[in-house]
Design a protein around this ligand. Structure first.
Ligand code: F6P
Length: 342
């Protein structure tokens, strides 16, 4: 078979492990030709391609980023975008396409499948907010990086008796904030799923200091918002999928916390560090299993599916299920974190 492959959306550690797994099984076992489209849907629209071989994926397993490049191009927002993709797929005689991405990339894949494209999806996002799969690759690495940063911020916070407000990624869901917050013993965790009341946040901090603690760590997911009508924050610009560019809630929170509690407060925004660098062993294994499962699904001609982790098994779910609804934090896990607030 001739198989196209692309990586779209924000990168996540483990993308290269998926690419390597697909190429190795496709070329070594099935005798396929694998064509990589560069920079997500943009490469499929503009026919920017490269043939991927066992040689070209040599040594990429532990590397962050993606050798194919990525973009947030949305073909449904570009004139003739979909027709151009169909034309590229036909001109390179591709029998099937493997799309590796999050809600946006797989949302496009789901629509293309409805229009007759033979596509299989691989779920990727550090945010872990895709439905149908227990975990996405990239999440474990992001949690490790955030936990290490929070551990380091604890010691400097303690030395200076400060409140540290630490902003982590998580546009729609607080998975990274909750996991890293539990792992590092955060004193308050603010996530998009639970709009916060700033007075309550300050009460937690004050209560903690009344109990003799001299510092506090407040973890805030970038998409966290105040309860309606309690506090005004500014909105950012939008990307091609209509998402607001976030990054800044911690800067808004810190001076308010300092003013209301009287404790010196500092801000750390961890940002793209959470997406960069080498994947954790867990993510390498998950990404490799996803890649193998995706090429097997292509050979079973089981199109319109997304590979998924359910328990410890890799299964196939419909792309529509994967992108239908965002997977917000499991309330049982957040309630574990809440025990340690204040
Ligand atoms: O896709 C995950 C994510 O990390 C979000 O948490 C974040 O809002 C977004 O990507 C930022 O990505 P970029 O700066 O690449 O648009």
């Amino acid at each position: 078979m001739r198989i196209g492959m692309l990586t779209g959306g924000g990168d996540a550690p483990g993308l290269n492990a998926v690419i390597r797994a697909v190429v190795r099984k496709a070329t070594d076992i099935y005798g396929d030709v694998v064509i990589g489209f560069r920079n997500g849907w943009k490469g499929a629209i503009d026919a920017e391609v490269e043939t991927l071989t066992a040689d070209s994926v040599k040594g990429i397993l532990p590397r962050g980023g993606t050798i194919l490049g990525s973009s947030r191009t949305n073909p449904f927002k570009i004139p003739d975008g979909v027709t151009k993709i169909e034309h590229t797929l036909a001109s390179f005689k591709t029998d099937a396409l493997i799309a590796i991405g999050g809600e946006d990339t797989l949302g496009v894949a789901a629509k293309l499948f409805e229009q007759g494209v033979n596509v299989v999806g691989v779920p990727k996002t550090i945010d872990n907010d895709l439905s149908g799969t227990d975990f996405t690759f990239g999440f474990s690495t992001a949690v490790e990086i955030a936990t290490e940063a929070l551990d380091r911020l604890h010691t400097t916070a303690e030395a200076h008796q400060r409140v540290m407000v630490v902003e982590l990624m998580g546009r729609h869901a607080g998975w990274i904030a909750t996991y890293a917050g539990i792992a590092s013993g955060a004193d308050v965790i603010l996530i998009p799923e639970h709009p916060f009341d700033l007075d309550e946040v300050c009460e937690h901090i004050t209560h903690r200091h009344q109990r003799g603690r001299t510092f506090s760590i407040v973890v805030v997911a970038e998409g966290a918002t105040p309860k309606e009508g309690t506090w005004e924050t500014a909105a950012g610009d939008q990307d091609a999928f209509g998402h607001v560019r976030l990054g800044g809630i911690a800067n808004a929170l810190a001076p308010e916390i300092e003013k209301r509690t009287g404790f010196e407060t500092r801000v750390t925004i961890l940002g793209h560090v959470q997406r960069g660098g080498t994947p954790s062993a867990f993510d390498r294994v998950l990404a490799t299993r996803f890649g193998i499962a995706a090429i097997d699904a292509v050979h079973d001609r089981d199109f319109g599916k997304m590979v998924a982790l359910r328990g410890n098994k890799i299964e196939r779910v419909s792309l529509a299920e994967g992108v239908g609804e965002l997977k917000t934090i499991d309330p049982d896990i957040y309630s574990v974190a809440e025990v340690f607030f204040g």
